[in-house]
Design a protein around this ligand. Structure first.
Ligand SMILES: Nc1ncnc2c1ncn2[C@@H]1O[C@H](COP(=O)(O)OP(=O)(O)OP(=O)(O)O)[C@@H](O)[C@H]1O
Ligand SMILES: [Mg+2]
Length: 160
């Protein structure tokens, strides 16, 4: 049985990029990755690397969706990057049509996922980033539902 939760040390930004790229390579249609962690923890940096792993073309640069809550990028699978830091309430989520993205065949990466409340899908990978130093981070991965369990075992082998 793979571990219920997995802790991965990210010694520097390059390690975060390698890890994110691998997540993107392993991503499957309909995946939801809920990214939490403080301001500046590296959520957008990790999302950029997930995009690389999903083969998002380099001219589609992934930024914080400061304007608009959601950006879509083409790749091996469509990547939907959401950042709900500036969300004003559930109405805005429904206007955005967030449920369709979450139930669709793309890959959703969500910063500040708690703002989704009850709309947060039960099948998801929860990934929390925390600072351990000026250039180091730790990622804590918790699978909710079954679809991430095997892949976490793969990630555990590769990154521990
Ligand atoms: N090991 C590391 N992994 C990721 N980022 C790192 C690391 N070390 C330093 N950093 C730096 O930390 C910053 C992380 O910023 P980023 O925008 O990715 O954070 P964020 O969690 O998305 O913040 P916000 O909550 O404001 O959206 C970047 O400037 C990055 O270069
Ligand atoms: Mg961010």
């Amino acid at each position: 049985m793979p571990p219920a939760a997995l802790r991965i040390q990210l010694a520097d930004p390059a390690a975060t990029r390698r890890f994110g790229r691998r997540l993107g390579e392993l991503a499957a249609p309909g995946d939801v990755i809920a990214l939490s962690g403080d301001l500046g923890a590296g959520k957008t940096t990790l999302t950029q690397a997930i995009g690389e792993g999903l083969a998002v073309p380099a001219d589609h640069y992934i930024t914080s969706p400061t304007f608009g809550l959601l950006h879509e990028y083409p790749g091996r699978l469509p990547l939907f990057h959401m950042d709900f830091y500036r969300l004003h309430g559930e109405e805005e989520l429904l206007e955005l049509g967030v449920e369709e993205y979450l139930e669709g065949e793309g890959v959703c990466v969500i910063e500040w996922p708690d703002r989704l409340g009850t709309l947060l899908p039960p099948e998801r990978l929860h990934l929390e980033l925390a600072l351990t130093g000026p250039t180091s981070r730790v990622a804590l991965l918790t699978p909710f539902g079954t679809r991430w369990r095997e892949r976490l075992a793969t990630i555990a082998r590769e990154f521990r």
